[in-house]
Design a protein around this ligand. Structure first.
Ligand SMILES: CC(C)(COP(=O)(O)OP(=O)(O)OC[C@H]1O[C@@H](n2cnc3c(N)ncnc32)[C@H](O)[C@@H]1OP(=O)(O)O)[C@@H](O)C(=O)NCCC(=O)NCCS
Length: 175
């Protein structure tokens, strides 16, 4: 059950559970072929709505989900970021993921959101480790993982195409 009344604040951002009304804003992020170049394809409208529905269910079940990233300066949703539970061949892990709209990338927003998500997982949810699954070609995402103090543990084949992904991880005790 989600026992956490939810909303995180950082210097420039609010992170909050997604809402169905975020579909237009998230389509600008997840439907962008450049931003989604490391995915099998950009999300179509149905996939964006499905992503929102899944994250709302995750939030309700466990208080963990990819949250809407809201830029305080404009009040607009400019991406999503947050912890999602993954079953990796029987091992239950919590993955922090991030997507930021192309026109506001390279300003440190994914790092800012990821740090808040990491802190929440460790301090509020009592997790002792979090991971991120990143394709070796995805240099921007690797940088974010590095900023979060993560290191590569191993490689796995992951996702619908079974592409190679690095498993980046950080343990709370190593902070
Ligand atoms: C990954 C992503 C979320 C980063 O968002 P962001 O807000 O630009 O991230 P930040 O500004 O916090 O940091 C990005 C870092 O990557 C670097 N970077 C950005 N694009 C890069 C590129 N093409 N090659 C190398 N480094 C790159 C930036 O210089 C920055 O590093 P620095 O802080 O050392 O200067 C964004 O690029 C994105 O949405 N990508 C598509 C979705 C995606 O791949 N998500 C992750 C799936 S694992």
């Amino acid at each position: 059950m989600n026992d956490v009344p939810f909303g995180l604040e950082t210097k420039r951002l609010w992170l909050r559970p997604m809402a169905p009304s975020d579909a237009d804003a998230l389509e600008l992020v997840l439907g962008d072929p450049t931003t989604m170049e490391f995915y099998p394809a950009p999300f179509n409208r149905e996939q964006v709505e499905d992503w929102i529905t899944k994250n709302l269910a995750r939030q309700d079940e466990e208080g963990l989900s990819s949250w809407a990233v809201v830029l305080k300066a404009t009040g607009k949703v400019v991406g999503d970021c947050g912890p999602v539970r993954r079953d990796l061949k029987g091992a239950s892990e919590v993955e922090i993921g991030w997507h930021i709209r192309q026109d506001v990338q390279r300003k440190g927003l994914a790092t800012e959101a990821g740090m808040a998500a990491r802190k929440f997982c460790f301090d509020e949810k009592g997790l002792d480790r979090v991971i991120s699954l990143i394709r070796p070609e995805n240099l921007a995402s690797q940088k974010v993982a590095e900023h979060l103090g993560m290191h590569v543990e191993r490689q796995i084949k992951y996702g619908p195409k079974k592409w190679v992904h690095d498993v980046w991880a950080i343990e709370k005790k190593d902070l």
